[in-house]
Design a protein around this ligand. Structure first.
Ligand SMILES: Cc1cc2nc3c(=O)[nH]c(=O)nc-3n(C[C@H](O)[C@H](O)[C@H](O)COP(=O)(O)O)c2cc1C
Ligand code: SF4
Length: 678
């Protein structure tokens, strides 16, 4: 048996967990009609198959109708959830993976204009900034009803064969009772700590009445709100002791912080550039104090830190949640001593940010995650070996090379630059975002392992490619900044890439006109602002940086708000003219015909990229498919078989930003879904 601390079994009550790695509750927003159907099951099953000991399904599965989902959560208040959860559970149990579910009432952390249009409820009228609903202050009959709802939902989960449940108590109704900031009730549910905990103990009593003593019931809770006037560390530790003393809780899953604002949420679930495992020692403190089975997750993305968490006795079970979104096969790779092959979670938090924008959780650099029904995590070998020539070693080109090589093809990659990475290399120039380079490094390592041949510093001409006698040519040349958007003065402006790359020195009084709304503008702004310069970020949209979602915005604001940076919305840069050694900007608006003039010493335009596609169009007439991508085959996972030029000797495809400006995930998804069938 292995001596790896992570691979030791753990006994939780009657349940033996086969190792120390778990996936904590996280709603990927995959339910259909509020139910965990095939996509949901396949997602958890993939991870169960690869050896994770326990998966805490759902995330905020909702127990009451007046807790409508905020991100397509499971509706645990419906009886029809039972057969669906049973299917998920049975599928994971097949592989020896324990299954639990997180149950909650969101309280004020939701909206009233969803679901059945019931008011949000909370122990005070104060609204949560992140979700904005002004709640109804709970009455006695609301409290009674919701306690019963918890018990009903717990009973449903027991009926579905789950191993246990976890009650959510950070930012949701349960701890809205606990926190003096959100509880203005008078006794018996408000006032003293004992009163504020009464709702929780009532729920525990009622749940136990229904599920008995054997069924596992745990709680994921904030043991320190880290917020003025909220639950303090000492109060949180006291709560930990009280929960333990009830004898009705089987594990503690420790959270530190508050999630009522985007910055608060980001401190609880840190994104790239933030400290690793910031709350691990605190969780260890709770374990030491209570002696309870203790779980915890918060940016423990790598095996070494996870191993430390267990080996040093800080935790009993370590949560690696986003890490498992990036690579579902972590445990298998540890067992097989292939830790180097683990696709690293780079903390981009595209996954979580998307669900808060009503999307589904997708991993920035694993396009198979959440698409287990159609996309492979293990690439199958091809029947016929082909010669695949790829142009461009950005994320699209490297993913194409990785997948093609894993299929067994012979692969050559041409890249004009001395190093791989394309736009990701630019992104990683920012110290906070330097982990992004792992998207490239991991692919380079996988490609090297599979004998991909790289030709760097090599501006490929059509003749170079044809000399290789390829069966397939894939153009992944990306794009170049598109700054040609003004009536006059296009030659007077620079691009956000010019600033990020260091090719152009930042000015002192700078306008950044951003109508792409993506990272490049803010990354350039941050770099300029750091020099002490004055920066105005202007967008014609009604909010700035619309493509940068909630949690990704936080580090930018933290970096720029104390500098000389302003944000101007709803104005459009029209023209730029020289004005001595300065530049005169003509500024208009999409809302009216108004114009005004402003003076700057540097103007930066961020307007996405235009495809670098000359090579593609040169090769197109010579290819067998004339560049045609059969979209029907592409989206339904079938091979590309179009032949409309019988003289053509190779298939030609174009992927990523070489087609149109999009993002890293889109580029990688293009590559995976094309090449998995080549
Ligand atoms: C897409 C997504 C959804 C999440 N939803 C929930 C949730 O509903 N309830 C919860 O307690 N935590 C939720 N989390 C937080 C995770 O359980 C975990 O605490 C967090 O991702 C930090 O752990 P990690 O760094 O290992 O990913 C979510 C995380 C992600 C990525
Ligand atoms: S999107 Fe980023 S944070 Fe989320 S799982 Fe993927 S790599 Fe990790």
């Amino acid at each position: 048996m292995s001596s790896d601390p992570l691979l030791q079994p753990y006994k939780l009550k009657h349940l033996t967990l086969k190792n120390r790695i778990m996936i904590t509750s996280h709603e990927p927003a995959y339910p259909e009609d509020g139910m965990p159907k095939d996509r949901y099951r396949a997602y958890h099953e993939e991870r169960a198959k690869a050896g994770v000991a326990m998966t805490m399904t759902a995330g905020s599965a909702t127990v009451s109708k007046d807790s409508p989902p905020v991100f397509n959560n499971i509706l645990a208040y419906k009886d029809e959830v039972v057969p669906w959860m049973k299917k998920v559970t049975d599928a994971c149990h097949e592989h020896g993976c324990a299954v639990m579910i997180q149950l909650t009432h969101l309280g004020r952390r939701t909206g009233w204009n969803k679901g059945d249009w019931l008011t949000a409820v909370s122990p005070s009228h104060e609204r949560e900034p992140a979700h904005r609903a002004f709640p109804k202050k709970l009455e006695d009959w609301d409290i009674e009803r919701i306690i019963t709802d918890y018990a009903d939902a717990a009973e449903r989960m027991k009926a579905a064969g789950l191993d246990g449940i976890e009650l959510q108590a950070y930012g949701h109704l349960m701890d809205q009772f606990w926190s003096p900031l959100t509880n203005t009730l008078d006794g018996p549910y408000g006032g003293s700590l004992e009163n504020r905990l009464r709702f929780t103990t009532d729920v525990l009593d009622k749940v136990r009445e229904r599920v008995g003593d054997e069924f596992i019931v745990g709680i994921r809770y904030t043991a320190d709100e880290v917020k003025k006037g909220g639950i303090t560390e000492s109060e949180g530790l006291e709560i930990s002791k009280i929960l333990t003393a009830t004898g009705k809780v089987d594990f503690l899953n420790v959270i530190r912080g508050h999630i009522d604002t985007d910055p608060g949420l980001t401190d609880v679930i840190p994104v790239q550039g933030m400290k690793s495992a910031p709350h691990l020692d605190f969780a260890g403190q709770v374990r030491k104090l209570t002696g309870m089975p203790t779980f915890h997750a918060a940016r423990i993305p790598d095996v070494a830190t996870a191993r430390h968490a267990i080996a040093s006795g800080l935790l009993d079970m370590v949560g690696m949640t986003r890490a498992h979104m990036a690579d579902p096969h972590i445990v298998r790779k540890i067992v097989e001593k292939r830790e180097d092959d683990i696709r690293p979670c780079v903390g981009a938090t595209y996954c979580l940010d998307r669900i808060y924008q009503a999307g589904d959780a997708l991993c920035m650099h694993n396009a198979a995650t959440g698409r287990e029904l159609t996309m492979p995590h293990d690439i199958p070998t091809a029947d016929t070996i082909k010669k695949v020539v790829i142009v461009g070693a950005g994320p699209a080109g490297l993913e194409a090379a990785r997948v093609a090589a894993e299929r067994g093809h012979s692969v050559i990659v041409f890249e004009a630059a001395p190093d791989p990475g394309g736009q990701v290399r630019l992104t990683a120039q920012n110290q906070r975002r330097r982990e992004m380079i792992s998207i490239i490094d991991w692919r380079m390592a996988q490609c090297t392992k599979h004998n991909v041949e790289f030709r760097f510093n090599s501006w490929a001409e059509a003749s170079d490619l044809l000399a290789e006698n390829p069966d397939v040519v894939i153009i992944a040349t990306g794009g170049l900044p598109h700054t040609d958007v003004l009536d006059t003065g296009n030659d007077l402006v620079v691009s956000s890439w010019d600033i990020i790359s260091g090719d152009v020195k930042p000015g002192q009084d700078v306008l950044i006109f951003d109508d792409a709304g993506d990272h490049a503008a803010l990354q350039a702004a941050e770099k300029i602002a750091e020099t002490g310069a004055k920066v105005e970020i202007m967008t014609p949209d009604r909010s700035f940086a619309p493509e940068i979602m909630a949690m990704n915005l936080v580090p930018y604001m933290r970096s720029m708000q104390d500098k000389d940076v302003t944000f101007t919305v709803t104005y459009r840069l029209k023209a730029v003219t020289p004005d001595g050694n300065r530049l005169n900007a003509t500024i208009g608006s999409d809302y009216s015909d108004m114009t005004k003039q402003s003076s700057f010493d540097q103007i930066v335009v961020n307007h996405g990229t235009i495809p670098l596609d000359e090579l593609y169009f040169e090769l197109k007439p010579q290819s067998s498919n004339l560049g045609v991508l059969d979209q029907k085959a592409f989206v339904s996972g079938k091979p590309q078989i179009t032949v409309n030029n019988s003289k053509g000797r190779f298939q030609l495809f174009r992927i990523g930003d070489a087609v149109a400006a999009r993002n890293t995930h889109a580029a990688i998804y293009d590559a995976l879904r094309l090449v998995k069938d080549i």
